[in-house]
Design a protein around this ligand. Structure first.
Ligand code: NAI
Length: 678
């Protein structure tokens, strides 16, 4: 602009989404201003909406008006980005004429994770910049991309080092000097044109995400919004985006996902163990037992760079266990998700030993030996003598009394349960089982370690099965009754798969191995007529090619098996049961209502701190579909009166006391309240 050139405005530091708009309005009117740079103070560029505002009337001005103002500014507007430009923040950046970022910046639209879509032009502008396929994958996955990738796809115009504000101003000056045009994304069309008239682009994308998005509502609306970007003029596309957004905002799926977002954060809080409770710094870990669970638990530590010692009774067991760990890492590497060097680095952090003195320096020990009380007690008495005075001693037991285990040591205050789920290197849930004597620092340390190894720790109390398995047991019992009364395993499983679970109880039994439960039943002198008969035939599930279902070689798809049907009918006849047709609705009620009822008892007994913790456990540990919030949230939505009254009907029909509603369920149902609000 030669001599008439004016300096770009000094940066604004927006404190809310309206600030960039107000500032650019001011700057637009100021003749001393030649260009505008939007840069944020603090840790990050605008990182999205304040989701506590969702569902309430929005404050003025709306983001749409702000973006309109920015995009239609007659002076160049440059977004200078650090930290994360997410959601509404990325929409602000896309309304600017140019974008620059630091190399560590990240860009994304996480709305889909809350059951929503970017509703301020994000679905219309992003495909115009990065192309339809990439926009679809960013918006539907919700995962952010890094700065290099953003540069490659034209989402940012330049990456800069050092002083971001200075770089933003320099970039704006260059735009002015070179008299570059104001690049309005709304006017771009070439990348959309590439997809226009090619509906297969969308059909292929839908197919590629069908499995991960099954049951969710938001992904389909995201795709429809991008289709609108391709097929409609910009302003019409914005209108369509708005409609699709509002539909999601009002949907039960998004309501559940937004609830769950807060539930997960809430689970980190333990009322009498404040956030500032001293925790032990964990520099070294140890795992006892290198079986199914021990190996996976050790991997969690190695994955985040914490050295871990694994102790076994015999060299063969140790070699076998560590061999499985290596195979797991190599499988990940073969999929391109780890480099060969990463595999070696992680294996290098895992040291095997058959000598317990190797754990003397560990800050935390997690025991995962056989599930037998005398063995657990012997192990804890032994480690009590070897471990540092301030080490945390954790047990991964799933059924034994943590207090009794703690009693085998002279320091029960340092003992706690850390109940991982199989496969322990994959499943996110960790039940932190607080013993009667576990000290607050022990609890706080177990929770902190859980988070550090990328788990979602939930604090629970001691009882048989803790929270998750105790509720699962209710479901399992009804599933067994249902097949004797007239349903078949594939019908029962299908009802839960249709509900949104990845699999039903019978396929799950086949996956876990039916012999495990059989051995436990035999040990306790218990029986399960159908399951025992199936096991007696050597049908242990997937590992033997058959269980409740049969399996083709190399395929995990459960196939209904007439042989199993015959066993079920024989057992029913022997027990004098007249089989009948059972409707899917009854199956669902009988599987899920007893779980909700058990959840109510768990709350009354204070085994769980809050109803939402139970929901976190079921979503992360058992595949409860997050778009249904979790069993307790789901029950609230259904209405506790509906559940209580149906349970009473079942009790009248069967005379079985198992259908007696828990006092808390009964009370809340009568008061017209829910668990979550209670
Ligand atoms: P596993 O039988 O696969 O492994 C146990 C390992 O411990 C064996 O390799 C054995 O050689 C070793 N071991 C036995 N006594 C030992 C001792 N004194 N010192 C060191 N190592 C010893 O059993 P799994 O399935 O890994 O279970 C371990 C623990 O984890 C049990 O308490 C179980 O209840 C619990 N758990 C199991 C889950 C599962 O899905 N398998 C899920 C959650 C918890």
């Amino acid at each position: 602009m030669g001599s008439s050139r004016r300096a770009p405005t000094r940066p604004s530091a927006p404190s809310s989404s309206s600030a960039p708009g107000a500032r650019s309005q001011q700057a637009g009117a100021d003749p001393a201003v030649g260009a505008i740079v939007i840069v944020c103070a603090g840790r990050t560029f605008i990182a999205g909406a304040d989701i506590t505002e969702f569902g309430k009337p929005m404050k003025e001005p709306g983001l749409h008006e702000v973006l309109d103002l920015i995009e239609s500014s007659s002076k160049p507007v440059v977004a200078a980005i650090h930290g994360t430009a997410l959601g509404g923040g990325l929409e602000v950046a896309l309304a600017c004429h140019y974008r620059i970022g630091v190399k560590a910046a990240r860009f994304g639209f996480p709305e889909v994770k809350l059951g929503l879509l970017p509703g301020a032009g994000g679905t219309q502008r992003l495909p115009r910049v990065v192309g339809v396929e990439r926009a679809l994958s960013m918006i539907v996955s919700g995962d952010p991309i890094g700065a290099e990738e953003a540069l490659r796809h034209g989402l940012v115009d330049a990456l800069v080092d050092g002083d971001l504000t200075g770089a933003g101003v320099a970039f704006a000056e260059r735009v002015l000097d070179e008299r570059r045009p104001l690049k309005k994304i709304r006017d771009l069309d070439d990348k959309l044109a590439a997809a226009r008239g090619r509906p297969e682009v969308f059909a292929d994308f839908r197919k590629s995400v069908a499995r991960q998005t099954r049951g969710f509502r938001a992904p389909e609306n995201c795709i429809k919004a991008v289709e609108a970007a391709v097929n409609l003029p910009f302003v019409e596309g914005l209108k369509r985006e708005r409609e699709l957004f509002l539909e999601l905002m009002a949907s039960p799926e998004s309501k559940a996902q937004r609830y769950f977002f807060f539930a997960e954060r809430e689970a980190a809080k333990i009322p009498d163990v404040p956030a500032d409770t001293a925790t032990k710094e964990v520099k070294k870990a140890a795992v006892l037992g290198a079986g199914t669970m021990g190996g996976g638990i050790a991997m969690n530590f190695a994955n985040v760079g914490i050295p871990v010692t694994v102790v076994e009774i015999a060299k063969e067991a140790l070699d076998r266990g560590l061999g499985v760990v290596r195979k797991n890492y190599e499988a990940t590497a073969s999929k391109g998700r780890l480099t060969a060097a990463d595999v070696e680095k992680r294996m290098g952090l895992i040291t095997g030993s058959t000598d317990y003195s190797a754990i003397a320096e560990a800050d935390i020990v997690i025991e995962a030996v056989f599930e037998e009380m005398p063995i657990k007690k012997e192990v804890f008495a032994k480690i009590d003598k070897i471990c540092k005075a301030d080490a945390v001693l954790a047990t991964n037991t799933s059924t034994l009394d943590v207090n009794e285990i703690a009693g085998a040591t002279r320091r029960p205050e340092s003992v706690i349960g850390m109940h991982f789920f199989s496969p322990a290197n994959v499943m996110r849930l960790l039940e932190v089982v607080r013993g009667a004597k576990s000290s607050k620092p022990t609890v706080a340390t177990a929770m902190a370690v859980g988070r550090r190894i990328a788990k979602v720790p939930v604090c629970v109390g001691v009882c048989y099965g803790f929270v998750g398995n105790r509720m699962l047991h209710q479901r399992g019992r009804e599933a067994e009754k249902l097949i004797l009364e007239g349903a078949l395993p594939h019908q029962v499983d299908k009802v839960l798969v249709d509900f949104g679970f990845p699999m039903g109880p019978f396929a799950m039994g086949d996956l876990a191995g039916l012999d495990v439960g059989w051995r436990i039943r035999k040990g306790k002198g218990q029986k399960s007529a159908v399951a025992d008969r199936i096991c007696e035939l050597g049908r242990f599930g997937q590992k033997t090619g058959s269980g409740y279902f049969r399996y083709e070689k190399g395929d995990r798809t459960p196939i209904p098996d007439p042989e199993v049907e015959k066993i079920i009918v024989d057992v029913a006849t022997a027990q004098g049961i007249t089989r009948r047709h059972i409707a899917d609705e009854e199956i669902l009620q009988r599987l899920l209502y007893p779980m909700v009822n058990e959840g109510a008892k768990i709350l009354e007994e204070k085994i769980a701190i809050r109803a939402s913790d139970i929901d976190v456990i079921w979503v992360y540990g058992y595949g409860w579909p997050v778009y249904r919030g979790g069993p307790m949230f789901w029950a609230d939505q259904l209405g506790l009166k509906t559940i209580r009254d149906r349970m009473l009907e079942f009790r009248r029909a069967t005379g079985d006391d198992l259908w007696t509603p828990a006092p808390l369920l009964d009370r809340l149902a009568t008061a017209g309240q829910g668990f979550v609000q209670a």
